[in-house]
Design a protein around this ligand. Structure first.
Ligand code: FES
Ligand code: FES
Length: 559
């Protein structure tokens, strides 16, 4: 019953196997038992007579409290529960690794296997963050590329990649080669993992870089900022805005100097670093407003601090010959016992009827290829140009745009919602409802942000950029509210780009029209309206609807 795995090479996950006293997990069943024995993250467990219905995912989460393994669909369709399985074949004396769905595997089928979860991956990691946390290179690459937003899918992706890398390393060790992984393999390997946030591109980019030993381009720095801006930002000092919800808003960074417009120029503020505190959200996250609401709360906190510091920045009597430096003012305030910590609070206006009355501008171009016989669509390229104003964090904004676009692809092309005559939802699982997967995204996917305004123009409009709702009393108990500007010139990126995926839908419609023309159906098309009449294709334009719209004549199938 007891398999001892050979330590094939030092980097092998098998090297984490130890021989502690064997924990016995009590199943509360006193009947004669068949004991199964297996490893989890290098630790050996024995389990007498496990119930045949007990699944590995539930055992890991509920019994071992290894809750990094998530359960999404529970039916093998999303990959959230992915763990790595190691097995040893006595006959061939070979070790193999593979990623499996823990939601589908009964624990009683685990006898003699070794299982690794994301907790084991973290322990196996050779990198240590500045906060002292151990991470595996797979995880740090994913973070650097912006490949995680809400994070629910992330352990599954990491373990799927770990399974792939471990197997290649094992094969390399057995064959005396380096056991490398090619980018093309990475592209094909993750069809079983879904992500609803990122749009997949950064995940693939991170894993491909790992496959070929390249560095990772950090999305925000590479794609959203001008040369030299990083260094400048470092000098100016940053404030991290932390939110508890949403598709990535928590990473929004804002420039302190920009917020505290009356700080002395060119003096980097020296901020003490108390442990971060969390305050409840002032409103639900949604409507692409979370980042800006959080930043507005930071602005409000900065206003409080500036008001407290004002007597030290501009001492009244007698006025000094030169204004005190920022650090001198802060030190003087601290010596006087001034509270230098402040909590900001912002609740968005609740005007009914016009909750989001500002506009974003963006455009998308998509090139699609349609197989007229099967109805299958390949999106060859999508190019998006987006006006995010002055982006609070380009990496987050680009991630939001890509994620929203790919969600839109699902809405326009695959995610059909069906109900039975009694109103019961029929498309209630991954076998019937089809969100886009990693192979459905554009082969070439390029998102760029319009460059922000020049520094001179920005300086001139700084005050207008500070968003406030000006409230004026205009009568007994009456108030007039007026919106002023945007938060630091930023513009929302969370949900508006969803609609840009219509570019792919219209590409499909145009391709169907061209196909019909080949068969002598349809005439010249002059406008979008004519196109819609000529090719009625309801949304979601699923493969079934596409085939019906193409209406292939039977002769087309004759060779
Ligand atoms: S929870 Fe296992 S595949 Fe979705
Ligand atoms: S980050 Fe993938 S589902 Fe949210």
């Amino acid at each position: 019953m007891q398999h001892v795995f050979p330590l094939a090479y030092s980097a092998s996950p098998l090297s984490t196997v130890d021989e502690p006293s064997i924990p016995t997990v009590n199943n509360g069943n006193d009947s004669p038992s068949h004991v199964i024995l297996f490893y989890v993250n290098g630790r050996r467990y024995q389990l007498p007579s496990p119930p045949p219905t007990l699944l590995l995912a539930a055992f890991l989460r509920d019994t071992l409290r290894l809750t990094g393994t998530k359960i999404g669909c529970g039916e093998g369709g999303c990959g959230a529960c992915t763990v790595m399985l190691g097995s040893y074949d006595r006959r061939t004396e070979k070790v193999t690794f593979q990623a499996i769905n823990a939601c589908l595997r009964p624990i009683c089928s685990m006898d003699g296997f070794a299982i690794w979860t994301v907790e084991g991956l973290t322990k196996a990691g050779g990198e240590v963050t500045p906060e002292g946390e151990h991470v595996h290179p797979i995880q740090s690459r994913l973070v650097a590329a912006g490949g995680t937003q809400c994070g629910f899918c992330t352990p599954g992706w990491c373990m799927a990649m770990y399974g792939l890398v471990s197997q290649r390393q094992q094969e390399g060790a057995e064959g005396g080669t380096e056991g490398g992984l090619r980018k093309e393999e990475v592209e094909r390997a993750f069809a079983g993992n879904l992500c609803r946030c990122t749009g997949y591109r950064p995940i693939l980019e991170a894993f491909k870089s790992l496959a070929e030993g390249e560095g990772v381009k950090e999305g925000g720095k590479e794609r959203g900022k001008g040369e030299g801006e990083d260094e400048e930002d470092e000098e100016e000092g940053w404030v991290k805005v932390d939110c508890s919800m949403g598709r990535g808003e928590g990473g929004a960074l804002v420039d302190l100097e920009d917020m505290c417009t009356s700080l002395p120029p060119s003096l980097p503020p020296s901020l003490p670093s108390p442990p971060p505190r969390r305050i409840p959200n002032s409103t639900g996250t949604g409507g692409s407003s979370t980042s800006e609401a959080a930043v507005q709360a930071v602005l409000n906190a900065c206003d409080i601090l500036l008001a407290r510091l004002q007597p030290f920045l501009s001492p009244p009597d007698p006025p000094p010959s030169s204004p005190p430096t920022w650090s001198a003012a802060v030190q003087a305030a601290a010596a006087e016992g001034v509270n230098l910590a402040a909590e900001g609070w912002f609740a968005p206006p609740t005007d009914r009827g016009a909750p989001f009355d500002y506009f974003v501008y963006c455009s998308a171009f998509s090139e699609v290829e349609l197989d007229l016989l099967t109805g299958e669509v390949t999106i060859a390229a999508s190019t998006i140009v987006y006006d995010a104003g002055r982006s609070l964090n380009p990496q987050v904004d680009i991630g939001q745009i890509e994620g929203a676009f790919v969600q839109g692809l699902g809405y326009y092309l695959t995610e059909e919602v069906e109900f039975d005559p009694e109103g019961r939802l029929l498309t209630n699982g991954t076998w019937h409802y089809k969100p886009p997967g990693v192979n459905d995204i554009p082969l070439h996917f390029d998102v760029s942000l319009l460059p922000p305004l020049s520094a001179a123009v920005e300086a001139g409009t700084r005050e207008q950029r500070r968003s406030r709702t000006k409230v004026e009393k205009v009568g007994q108990g009456e108030e007039k509210k007026e919106k002023e500007g945007l938060i630091l010139s930023s513009k929302a990126t969370g949900e508006p780009p969803f609609m840009l995926a219509s570019s792919a839908y219209f590409g499909v419609v145009a391709a169907i029209r061209e196909g019909k023309r080949e068969w002598g159906q349809g005439g010249e098309c002059t406008s979008g309206e004519t196109l819609a009449k000529e090719v009625p294709l309801a949304i979601s334009a699923t493969i079934k609807k596409r085939i019906e719209a193409i209406d292939v004549p039977v002769e087309a199938f004759v060779l």
